[in-house]
Design a protein around this ligand. Structure first.
Ligand code: SF4
Ligand code: SF4
Length: 388
């Protein structure tokens, strides 16, 4: 692809590298773009990346593995969209994703990205694990397969396969059962939702996954979906309608807040708990849902709540988006965004770091351990706090 074939050819030159996209909403820090926080090089910020992409597409810069790593280090957190002051701000992240698509089309992608996409294509999940293993998290829960219940509980790849994220899937299912919610699951029939695939620029695979999921959901009569992951929530809600899939989609935080409000579940007393919350980008900046998880936490009797300095629209991403929980372009340093976030949680003097995303759960729990904070802070999905 050259610049003339690039979808954003009339826009990309308008970035003049002012650098505003690196700040949080309160301008308190210059590190709210996770790869910039990690590497502190201008090329790893949104603006720097856009200039590199333009130079590559214009033939002024040759493709190299380093260039691909820089482009793929964008985790799609949308801080740049929030902070770029220009009229094209909505498309800053789209311009980066389109550059990833150009690299996919030319077969010039980092090895870890190739592995991720191949595993999704061949196995329906990025881990390359067997479909049957998707049912591991359900063991002993007596869950029903989806068959005309009110809701489909779509667990997603991380909740199904990752041994830590399985805890959040189990806790959510138990709460739904306790509240008497009519729901079923797909078990081994479930396949990737495609959100990360799109963030990695593999448009054809997203379309294939979306069409397969939409057909399966439609054939089963699914109308309402509860997702464990904000990533699934985002793609079902915002992208599936483009492929003809119109469903009522809810993130588990929204369902749990509603069940608490109706008195169908009750939060256990936690007098010693001081809780802080990490906003997941695909719930917050991508979908502007900041209140539902906070309502859940506010319902816990005896607990106190403390916001981190960077929160809601200004939150620092954990660094796990766009498949980085698997590819790990931002790992291996005390400046990895998850480790910065673990230290920020510690600054609130919280003893529970609450999350509402299976990717954040695994990223932040690892970071808390690496920082040596595991005796001070426990990382818990909001569903796990309600079942404590
Ligand atoms: S993307 Fe926007 S905020 Fe960032 S450097 Fe370019 S013009 Fe400035
Ligand atoms: S989406 Fe996030 S990681 Fe990517 S350039 Fe924007 S601020 Fe940086």
């Amino acid at each position: 692809m050259n610049l003339m074939e690039y979808k954003y050819k009339d826009m990309i030159h308008r970035c003049f590298r002012c650098g505003y996209c690196k700040f949080p909403t309160d301008w308190s820090d210059v590190t709210n773009c996770p790869p910039y926080a990690r590497f502190r090089l201008e090329s790893y910020s949104a603006g720097g990346r856009l200039w590199l992409i333009r130079a590559w597409l214009n033939g002024e810069l040759e493709w190299s593995p380093n260039l691909a790593n820089i482009v793929y280090s964008c985790v799609g957190c949308k801080n740049c969209v929030e902070k770029c002051p220009h009229s094209f701000n909505d498309d800053v992240v789209n311009m980066i994703i389109a550059a990833k698509t150009a690299m996919v089309d030319e077969g010039k992608i980092p090895k870890a990205v190739g592995e991720f996409l191949t595993n999704v294509q061949l196995h329906g999940n990025p881990y390359g694990m067997a479909a049957k293993r998707r049912e591991d998290w359900m063991e002993g829960l007596n869950l029903e397969p989806y068959k005309n219940q009110e809701y489909l509980f779509y667990v997603g790849c991380e909740g199904s396969y990752d041994t830590r994220a399985q805890g959040a899937a189990r806790a959510t299912a138990k709460l739904l059962q306790k509240a008497g919610v009519s729901f079923g699951v797909l078990g081994s029939q479930e396949i990737s939702d495609g959100n990360e695939v799109e963030m990695m620029g593999e448009d054809a695979l997203l379309e294939d996954l979306a069409k397969k999921n939409i057909k399966m959901f439609t054939d089963l009569g699914v109308k309402k979906i509860i997702t464990l992951s904000p990533h699934s929530y985002n793609v079902f809600k915002n992208r599936y309608p483009d492929f003809g899939g119109e469903f009522q989609v809810y993130h588990h935080s929204q369902i749990l807040a509603n069940l608490l409000k109706k008195g169908l579940i009750k939060a256990p007393e936690q007098a010693d708990a001081r809780i802080t919350f990490h906003d997941p980008c695909f719930l917050g900046r991508w979908n502007e849902e900041y209140s539902a998880p906070r309502k859940v936490l506010a319902a816990i009797p005896g607990a106190t709540f403390a916001e981190m300095a960077r929160n809601k629209k200004g939150a620092l991403c954990c660094g796990g988006g766009a498949g980085n929980f698997y590819t790990d372009f931002l790992g291996g340093s005390e400046d990895s965004p998850a480790r910065i976030r673990a230290r920020e949680a510690d600054e609130t003097k919280a003893n529970i770091l609450a999350v509402a995303c299976p990717n954040c759960l695994t990223m932040l729990e690892d970071a808390v351990k690496t920082e040596g904070l595991e005796d001070k802070i426990k990382v818990r999905d909001i569903s796990e706090i309600l079942t404590a």
